[in-house]
Write a protein that binds this ligand. Structure first.
Ligand SMILES: [Zn+2]
Length: 323
């Protein structure tokens, strides 16, 4: 079994950082909150399904790749929630974490949800999404001739699937185990050797595009500095002799800097200089800022005076080793 773990979507990290810092009365606060709720629920649903993969019983090696972002020849993206690959077949999975009554109309291709209060709304059709992904996977896997299957999985137990065409299986997460077992029975003969399987997975992973943030908002709209978690991120903490101290509740911490610097990385820039650090985090002394930056051994370019530090991915985890 090989499971490539799911990372939190970058957009979700960005929204978390933004909502911690967004100034009160920002005209788009409600819009960002709604976006956050939607993405956070989606991520929670994906994690619920991920637990099921841990329990899959499969006699052979298999790979489960999460959150793949692949570009097709027209440079359009395919965002795949999960791709299950074994020597017998490929399963493309689309995960939906929504509740209410769901209706897929096979003629109009419309997908609607009826909420418990009776309101009806349209949703992107997961079946057409998965069919598009399958066509793409067929192209990139053509040298391996594995059969390709698709499935739409509902992670929310309160979703009721009313109507759906029989083109792509749709089921609740609890049905995942038996679905895989049925596919293993259907495709009982292995098509690839272990080496071919590994090579194919490497090929797919090599095509994965790292996530990019496409949204930026003006930095005057959010609070700068290291913010105090005990004060609900409303008050600033000040740097004194290597420790951050809250000006209001007196809470102090050294590690809080990692979270604040990650906010900077998400909201402002992936690189930082001594003077940018002093401005954003209100540190007066250039020497203190220098010591702070050097402590974490960030990769950097330039001479001492104009040195630019690159903030690595997964910043809080990276910085942990230096505290
Ligand atoms: Zn405080």
């Amino acid at each position: 079994m090989n499971i490539i773990f799911r990372e939190k979507p970058l957009k979700l990290l960005w929204l978390e950082a933004l909502l911690r810092r967004l100034r009160e009365q920002d005209p788009e606060a409600g819009y960002f909150m709604e976006q956050f709720r939607r993405l956070d629920a989606g991520f929670a649903g994906e994690q619920r399904v991920d637990k099921e993969w841990d329990e899959i019983v499969c006699p052979n090696t298999f790979f489960v790749l999460h959150n793949l972002l692949l570009a097709n020849t027209a440079n359009h993206f395919h965002q795949l929630d999960t791709l299950f690959i074994c020597k017998h077949f490929i399963l493309v999975v689309e995960i939906k974490n929504i509740n209410g009554k769901l209706d897929f109309d096979g003629t109009t291709y419309q997908c609607t949800r009826t909420k418990p209060d009776g309101t009806v709304e349209g949703f992107p059709n997961a079946i057409t999404q998965i069919q598009r992904h399958i066509r793409f996977i067929k192209i990139i896997s053509k040298n391996y001739s594995l059969p390709i299957e698709g499935a739409v999985i509902f992670s929310n137990p309160s979703a009721i699937i009313v109507n759906h065409p029989n083109t792509v299986p749709i089921f609740h997460v609890s049905g995942l185990q038996s679905h895989i077992q049925n596919l293993l029975k259907k495709y009982s003969k292995p098509i690839l050797t272990d080496e071919q399987l590994t090579r194919f997975v490497q090929l797919i992973r090599a095509q994965h595009q790292p996530q990019k943030l496409l949204t930026r908002i003006d930095s005057s709209r959010f609070r700068h500095g290291v913010l105090c978690p005990k004060c609900n991120y409303k008050n600033q903490m000040f740097y004194y002799r290597g420790i951050w101290k809250c000006s209001v509740c007196r809470h102090n911490s050294i590690e809080i800097f990692a979270e604040a610097l990650q906010d900077y990385q998400l909201l402002v820039n992936r690189t930082i200089t001594n003077s940018q650090l002093r401005t954003f985090f209100r540190i007066e002394s250039s020497d203190a800022a220098n010591r702070l930056l050097r402590k974490f051994h960030f990769p950097s370019i330039g001479t001492t005076k104009n040195r630019v530090y690159h903030l690595p991915d997964d910043l809080t985890k990276y910085m942990k080793q230096f505290f």
